[in-house]
Design a protein around this ligand. Structure first.
Ligand code: ZN
Length: 324
């Protein structure tokens, strides 16, 4: 399925979501072995090389499909709340939820009874660290089924995850969080359901991860606490470095503090906290995960950036083996 960015005035959707885990092996077993995502990159946290940075995604490591983790051994559980991501949702093909309920039941993974949201069926469940996840089955989905070349082909193509659907963010206040999405990112307000306000990127239909839901829960404001089972940040797409600099300028003009461009090896990044407290990133599509290994071998071996390569032996000695 094409995921190219249309030449529009708006951001095309999510690039990746990064969360915190407590155990690298359990994390890999769940996302690869249960959900059937592909481990597309095995590297370390560049700021803390004693910790893995694991990237899961579709067969090609496409922007809009990438969920990444810092598995900190012994990390204390966090708590989602105001200023944080409340749920990360994947898109699945029509009629796939039946398959997933059967699979979760077989594997003794708890899930809630499916519910409906904006006309779509939603299946809610959690990862081993308690990270809230959702599978959203879109009626009349334009994205179709997953690429049958997916590696590993664990899940039938008519049920496999096709990428992100979107994220649900709990924000303090609403106006400025909404205005950042509409006035700066070019998202459209889609509608309200209860305390949920949905926004859709202008690249909709082409790009996975095109939805952002803002949850306004003034009666139950509980400050979130970072830790295992919580999302660290949400990254949006920039087509290239030039477009990223344009977004950076617009975010700055909106009145937010934004970092300089940082080199993350597989993309360039800028970070800023949106007005409701959620940490945002804008990441470039290029160079992507095939920058330092062939597409058919993504994620098979530990990759390090050039500046950490001289320390490979000591870094590898400190990391737990991912597989038996
Ligand atoms: Zn990131």
């Amino acid at each position: 399925m094409a995921t190219e960015v249309r030449p529009t005035a708006g951001i095309a959707g999510l690039h990746h979501v990064t969360a915190i885990a407590s155990d690298a092996r359990a994390n890999l077993r769940f996302y690869e072995g249960v959900l059937g995502l592909r481990l597309v990159k095995q590297t370390v946290n560049f700021d803390d090389p004693g910790t893995y940075h694991l990237y899961f995604g579709d067969a090609h490591g496409s922007p809009g499909s990438i969920l990444t983790f810092f598995p900190w051994a012994g990390a204390l559980p966090g708590r989602a709340g105001t200023g944080m991501t409340m749920a990360t949702a994947f898109a699945v093909p029509p009629n796939a939820i039946e398959f997933w309920m059967g699979r979760f039941a077989d594997l003794a993974i708890d899930f809630e009874a499916p519910s409906e949201r904006y006309g779509d069926d939603v299946l809610r469940f959690k990862d081993p660290d308690g990270l809230p996840l959702e599978l959203i089955q879109q009626k009349g989905s334009e994205r179709g089924t997953a690429d049958p070349r997916a590696i590993p082909p664990l899940i039938p193509a008519d049920a496999a995850i096709t990428g992100f659907h979107g994220v649900s963010l709990c924000v303090a206040g609403y106006e400025r969080s909404a205005r950042l999405l509409t006035d700066v990112f070019g998202y459209a307000f889609v509608g309200q359901e209860g305390e949920r306000f949905r926004f859709q990127s202008s690249g909709a239909g082409q790009s996975a991860g095109s939805y952002v839901d803002l949850l306004c829960q003034p009666d139950t404001l509980v400050r979130g606490r970072s830790g295992a089972g919580t999302v660290h940040h949400v990254a949006f797409r920039a087509r290239d470095e030039e477009q990223q600099l344009q977004w950076r300028e617009k975010v700055r003009e909106f009145g937010l503090d934004v970092t300089p461009v940082l080199d993350r090896n597989y993309f360039r990044s800028i970070y800023f906290r949106e007005p409701g407290g959620v940490l945002y990133e804008i990441a470039t599509d290029p160079p992507g995960f095939a920058a330092d290994e062939a597409l058919e071998h993504l994620g098979e071996t530990l990759k390090l950036p050039d500046w950490l390569e001289p320390r490979r032996a000591s870094i590898e000695a400190r990391l737990p083996a991912l597989r038996d």
